[in-house]
Design a protein around this ligand. Structure first.
Ligand code: GDD
Ligand code: MN
Length: 358
C-alpha cells in the first residue's frame, strides 16, 4: 500500500451515464493501492442527475464542485486542482478513456522524482483503441506536432496527467483555454522531468465527445499564446514577416487599382504604399508587437511610418524608374521585393526597438 495522499480531479459535462463505472474503477485503486485517495468531480452544471447521483452515494472521499460560470474543461480542471488537498493530484476524463489502473504507476513516478506524469498512448506499451476515425487521429497528431516547441513528451494531449500540488502552485499566469491543460501545466509549471506511463486509451462507450471545432480553434490560440510566453522574439519576428508578406500582396493589388485610377504615377505608388503601410501597422501592432499595445497608437503610427520610410523610399524610386520601361504590376513587384528585403530586418529591429517598445 502506498500511503501518499492523492486527489483525483475529474472534469465532467453531461457524464451521468459514465460516472458509475468511473467511480467503481477509482474505488478499486483506492482499496487496492492508494487508501488516501480522494476524488473531486468538477461539473459544469450539467443538470443531468450528476449531483443527485454523487449525493446518493454517501462516500466521504468523493466531493462534487458544481460550477455555473466560465464553462469549460480547462477552467474546471484548474478549479479542481485549486481545491485539491492531496500531496499529489491526478486529472482524468470521466468517459472511461483513461484507465484508473494507471494511477498508482503515475504517482510512483512522481514519488521517484518526476515533476509531471502523463498517461501516454504513444510511448512504448501504450495504445489507442481501434476505431478512431482518420480525422480524430489526424487531429491528435497535428495537435501533438504543434506542441513540439514546448515539450518532447510524445503524448502531451492525452489529458490524463499527474503532478504534485506543490508543482501546481508554482504555475505562473495559468491561462486555461480549451482542452490542452496538460500542455499548459507542463510549460507554466516549468516541468523538466516528465515521465510517460503507457496506457491503453479506450473509446468512450456512453455519452458524447465535446471536442468541437471551436475547441480546436481554441487550441490554435492556446499554442500561439504559449509560444508568445516561451519564445516571444521568434513569434514577433515571424508575425512581422507574415504581415510583411501579406502587405506585399496587398500592395500589388492596390497598385493595379491606383495606377488604373490615377494618371500620376507617383500618386498611384504613394497611395498604394500608404494604404499598405497602414495595413501592416494595424496587424503588426496586433500580432507582432502584441505586448506593447498600451502605448499611444498615434505616436506608434508616426514612428512606424518613419521607420518604414527607408524601405518605402527604395520601393518608391525603384518602381517609379522601372515604370517607365515596364508594365505596372511588374515594376511594382520588383520595387516591393527590393524594398521589403531591405525593410524586413531593418524595419523589424527599428520598430521593435523604437516604435513598439515595452
Ligand atoms: N467541467 C467540464 N466542462 N468538463 C468538460 C467540459 C466542460 O466544458 N467539456 C468536456 N468536459 C469533460 C468531459 O465530461 C470528459 O470527462 C472530459 O472533459 C473529456 O471530454 P471528452 O468530450 O470526452 O473529450 P475527448 O474524448 O474528445 O478528448 C479527450 O481526449 C483527447 C485526446 O484524444 C480529452 O482528454 C482531451 O484532453 C484529449 O486531448
Ligand atoms: Mn473522451
Amino acid at each position: 500500500m502506498n500511503q501518499a495522499t492523492v486527489t483525483v480531479v475529474v472534469p465532467t459535462y453531461e457524464e451521468f451515464a459514465s460516472l458509475p463505472s468511473l467511480i467503481e474503477s477509482i474505488e478499486k485503486v483506492r482499496c487496492d493501492s492508494l487508501p488516501n485517495l480522494d476524488l473531486i468531480i468538477v461539473d459544469d452544471n450539467s443538470q443531468d442527475g450528476t449531483e443527485q447521483l454523487i449525493t446518493s452515494l454517501h462516500k466521504d472521499w468523493i466531493k462534487l464542485i458544481v460550477r455555473t460560470q466560465d464553462k469549460g474543461l480547462s477552467p474546471s480542471v484548474v478549479a479542481g486542482l485549486h481545491s485539491a488537498v492531496g500531496e499529489y493530484c491526478v486529472v482524468m476524463d470521466a468517459d472511461g478513456s483513461h484507465p484508473a489502473s494507471a494511477i498508482p504507476a503515475m504517482i510512483h513516478a512522481l514519488q521517484e522524482g518526476a515533476d509531471f506524469a502523463v498517461g501516454s498512448r504513444y510511448v512504448k506499451g501504450g495504445s489507442t483503441e481501434d476505431g478512431w476515425g482518420v480525422l480524430r487521429w489526424l487531429n491528435s497528431k497535428i495537435a501533438t506536432v504543434m506542441a513540439r516547441p514546448f515539450t518532447r513528451v510524445l503524448d502531451p494531449m492525452s489529458g490524463f496527467i499527474a503532478l504534485s500540488k506543490s508543482t501546481f502552485v508554482q504555475a505562473k499566469e495559468l491561462n486555461p483555454v480549451g482542452y490542452k491543460i496538460g500542455l499548459e501545466l507542463i510549460v507554466k509549471c516549468q516541468c523538466q522531468n516528465v515521465i510517460e506511463v503507457p496506457i491503453h486509451f479506450s473509446t468512450r462507450q456512453l455519452g458524447e465527445s465535446k471536442l468541437t471545432l471551436s475547441v480546436q480553434w481554441q487550441y490554435l490560440q492556446h499554442v500561439i499564446r504559449l509560444l508568445r510566453h516561451t519564445k516571444p522574439a521568434l513569434v514577433s519576428f515571424w508575425s512581422f514577416a507574415m504581415v510583411g508578406l501579406s502587405g506585399a500582396g496587398l500592395y500589388l493589388l492596390l497598385l493595379m487599382a491606383t495606377s488604373a485610377l490615377f494618371t500620376s504615377t507617383p500618386l498611384a505608388i504613394g497611395l498604394a504604399v500608404w494604404l499598405t503601410m497602414t495595413w501592416n501597422f494595424i496587424w503588426d501592432r496586433k500580432y507582432a508587437f502584441w505586448n506593447s499595445r498600451e502605448r499611444s497608437i498615434g505616436t506608434q503610427y508616426i514612428g512606424f511610418v518613419l521607420v518604414c520610410s527607408v524601405g518605402v523610399l527604395v520601393n518608391f524610386f525603384v518602381t517609379l524608374s522601372l515604370s517607365k520601361s515596364e508594365s505596372m504590376p511588374f515594376a511594382g513587384l520588383i520595387g516591393v521585393s527590393i524594398g521589403s528585403t531591405i525593410g524586413i530586418i531593418f524595419n523589424f529591429l527599428m520598430t521593435r526597438l523604437c516604435v513598439f517598445r515595452k
